[in-house]
Structures are given as C-alpha cells and as structure tokens.
Design a protein around this ligand. Structure first.
Ligand SMILES: Cc1cc2nc3c(=O)[nH]c(=O)nc-3n(C[C@H](O)[C@H](O)[C@H](O)COP(=O)(O)OP(=O)(O)OC[C@H]3O[C@@H](n4cnc5c(N)ncnc54)[C@H](O)[C@@H]3O)c2cc1C
Length: 429
C-alpha cells in the first residue's frame, strides 16, 4: 500500500485549491487500497455499490460537485407537466452512509496520473485506483469558437436540458413561451440518449397543441432522425412539429435569436439549443482522449472496450457516457443511464479483481434498456433493448430490438426505481 494522507495539502499548486477543508469522512479503517470515483451519478454510484459488495477491504470514495442526484431519465413528461417529477432526488451523502462508502461534495479540477493524485476544490487526494465517471458536456466551441460569452448566453437563455442542472431553467423558459417559433437542435451522433430528443419533441408538440399555444416546434436535426418518430410527427402533429433532417448548422446567434443552416436563416422566439457533445473536460485535462486515424484528438475517452481501463494508464478506469469507441461495427455504446450503470459495475468488477490480485475475469459485456414515450395522451411507449456479444475475432457486436407498449403501466418508472434500488442500493421513500 502506498503512503497516503487522505487530505493532502497542496497550498496553491492549482488555482482554487484550498488547504483547510470541509469535513471529509475519514479513511475507512483497515482499508488496504483506495478507489476514488469521480462522478456520483449512474455509472459512479453503480460502481461504488459494486465495489462495496465485491471488495469490502477497499476504501471507496465518491466525489461529485453536486450533493443531490437528479434524474434526466423520465424528465421529459415532467417538463411539459404531463406528469410530476417521477424519479426521486437522491442525497449522495445519505446514500453513501447507507451503502458503506464515503462521499465528498467537491469539484475535481485535475488528475495527476504520475502522482496518482486528484486535485479538488477541497484539497488533493491520493488514489490507488481511479474511476472517472463524469459524463459528458456540451461543446459550444463547435458553434462559437472562442466566444465564451456566446456560449454563456446560449446556455443561460436557451438551455437544452441535457444536463440535470438545466432542467428547472428549461422548464421556466418554456413556461414563458407565448407562441411563435420554438427551435430545437439535435447534434450529430454520438450524443446523450439517442431517442430522448425525439421523445421530447413529441411531448412539446402535445404541449403546444393541448395548451393551444400558437407556435410550432422546428427540429433542426444533424442526422436523419428515428423513422418511428418521423412518421408520428407527420401523422399526429403536422401543425405543431416540423422535422428538418440533415440540417447542418453553420452558425448560431443567441443574442439575435438566429440559427443559420445550409437551407435557412431561421429566427426563433425560444429555443432548446443542444450543441455537439464530448466527454467532460476533466478527461481531456487528464490526457485520456481518443485519437482518430490522423492522430487528432477526438472528444471522447479512449478505453479498453472489455476491461474499461485506459490503454494509457492501467490504474485509471472510465465508465458511462464519456466512453469512446468500443467497436468498429457500431462505434460507441448508446449513452444511456442503463448502459452507464452496467459499465460502472463492470469497471468495479475489474478494479476489485485487480486489487485482490484475482485471476483474469471472464468477458462481461453490458446491455441497455430504454423506455421511450411515443405520445403523451393516451400514453404510448416503446422499449428499446440493446444487447452485445463478443465475436470470435474479438469485435463487439450490437443487436437492437424495439417492443411496442401501447398500454404502459409505469414500466419506465419500475425500470428507473429498479436501478436506484438494485444498482445503487438506494431505499428512496
Ligand atoms: C432528456 C433525457 C432523457 C433520458 N432518458 C433516459 C432513459 O429513459 N433511459 C436511460 O437509460 N437513459 C436516459 N438518458 C441518458 C442518461 O441521462 C445518461 O446516459 C446518464 O446520465 C449518463 O450517466 P453518467 O453517470 O455517465 O453521467 P452523468 O449522469 O452526466 O453524471 C456525471 C456526474 O459527474 C459529475 N461531475 C462531472 N464533472 C465533475 C467534476 N469535474 N467534479 C466533480 N463532479 C463532476 C456531475 O455532477 C454528474 O453528477 C436521458 C437523458 C436525457 C437528457
């Protein structure tokens, strides 16, 4: 075991790092090695629970900048007041106490892989094993280059609600929409939860129609769309949605409320501006990004597709939405909460096996289930299942199936609560 001081004073080594700190739970007594998990959401909380069960001797610490977990899954119906907020909010410190690991509410600023040290807004911490599960972030640079102010205005006034801390602002913005043109942009794949923008578009169209708002949703889609939704848009809400596939966005002016595409210079009254996405900036700062064939960095984490460790550092594991290419056949795993939960568990199994010097683990591949609302009233749902297999040549294959659910009975809620209790060990009221 390496020498460690749980709260290591780094006096000014990084801006924003302070020496005297908030109460951090003490290192687990008798622990052999320390695992730090950065990001306490679907991937991180699943990994923490799995580690607690598989390797009770490990000292497990989860760090997240937010004390409370709020669910993006199942949020689209709440956004338009079709349902109340369905998934409970989880207090991360309480959950940590229940399951038996430690939690620190702090911003992680940097990972020093050479020293195996994580620099946070509350001090520096040493690790033996690191799991980065920080999800993804928006790449406003793709639209605005170095104009940070434009990115701030876009996010402040026209939030996309694809990260949890924007949900309330997005809902308030929609409440103030009195009619006219409502624009929603969908970036090129990969992005978070492939069906989510289409489900949201259906909910918004239902909301415009039932509230009798004289407005139209224009969906500027960088891709071709999902055929099922394309048909539904045209059949059920022709006056309320216009879906424009293969719309290449040339520029966005959040001050003047304009989007310039190859085909149009569109003025909007309100918008959900969803830009291209990439792994959270910490992954780039840690030097863990993928490179393309030309050697240029790509904004997703490079991983060993089976072990989920970084090929650049075998003490560092990566799980959840930030994971980059895993197969030449389909590229990325779908960026879903279910997938994040499974990847977090697999990464934890790998860490547990290596920390106890167990034998090589058999190959474990994830799966994902996604419940999607096709329409609001009467409710109709679709379940999308993604399964993975390892081919004889070591390439991972993907099979996606869809199952209609014309009379849903809260299967989506059961799914979500099943992950909270089964994967996180939570006992929400
Ligand atoms: C509208 C919508 C609907 C969706 N519906 C579904 C669905 O029905 N089913 C489904 O399976 N998926 C769904 N998803 C996708 C799902 O939300 C994501 O796949 C999931 O959140 C990914 O989990 P994650 O743990 O990888 O990352 P995240 O959930 O993004 O969590 C990352 C965590 O890391 C923390 N963090 C990041 N950087 C730092 C830092 N530097 N320091 C400290 N903390 C940090 C963040 O605070 C956050 O808590 C939906 C998404 C959206 C937007």
């Amino acid at each position: 075991m390496r020498r460690r001081s749980f709260l290591h004073l780094v006096g000014g080594a990084l801006p924003g790092v302070v020496a005297a700190l908030a109460p951090v739970p003490a290192t687990a007594e008798g622990a052999t090695e320390r695992v730090i998990i950065i990001g306490g959401a679907w991937a991180g909380l699943s990994a923490a629970r799995e580690l607690r069960q598989l390797a009770p001797d490990l000292d497990v610490l989860v760090i997240d900048r937010e004390p409370i977990l709020r669910s993006l899954p199942l949020s689209n119906t709440w956004l338009v007041d079709r349902t109340p907020e369905r998934m409970p909010r989880l207090d991360r410190a309480v959950l940590a106490g229940q399951v038996g690991y430690r939690f620190l509410a702090a911003e992680v600023l940097q990972v020093d892989r050479a020293q195996r040290r994580v620099h946070t807004s509350k001090g520096a911490l040493e690790y033996d094993w690191l799991l980065i599960a920080t999800g993804l972030s928006y790449d406003y640079g793709a639209w605005f280059g170095g104009d940070l102010q434009a990115g701030r205005v876009a996010r402040e006034n026209f939030p996309a609600g694809f990260v949890a801390d924007e949900l309330d602002r997005l809902k308030q913005g929609l409440a103030g929409f009195g009619g006219g043109t409502l624009v929603m942009t969908i970036p090129a794949s990969p992005y978070r939860c492939p069906p989510a923008p289409y489900e949201r578009a259906m909910m918004l169209a239902w909301w415009l129609k039932t509230r009798r708002i004289k407005g139209k949703l224009i969906v500027l889609d960088a891709g071709g769309g999902l055929p099922r939704f394309t048909r539904l848009f045209a059949d059920r809400y022709p006056d309320h949605i216009e879906h424009r596939p293969y719309s290449v966005i040339r520029s966005v002016d959040p001050h003047g409320r304009r989007v310039l595409t190859d085909d149009d210079d569109l003025r909007f009254d309100h918008a959900l501006l969803l830009p291209p996405m990439g792994a959270c900036p910490l992954v780039e700062r840690a030097g863990l990004l993928e490179r393309d064939k030309q050697g240029q960095t790509v904004p997703w984490a490079r991983v060993d597709p089976v072990r989920l460790c970084s090929p650049l550092d075998d003490r560092v594991y990566l799980a959840g939405d930030l994971v980059g290419t895993v197969s030449p056949l389909f590229g990325h795993y779908p960026k879903t909460a279910h997938m994040a939960v499974r990847l977090g568990a697999i990464a934890a199994q790998q860490i547990a096996a290596r920390s106890t010097r167990a034998q090589e683990l058999p190959v474990q591949l994830p799966h994902s289930i996604c419940h999607v609302w096709l329409d609001a009233e009467p409710p109709e749902q679709l379940r999308m299942d993604a399964q993975y297999r390892m081919r004889g040549d070591g390439v991972i294959t993907q099979a996606v199936t869809q199952h209609d659910n014309p009379q849903p009975r809260d299967e989506d809620l059961q799914w979500g609560m099943g992950l909270y209790t089964g994967a996180f060990g939570a006992t929400p009221k």
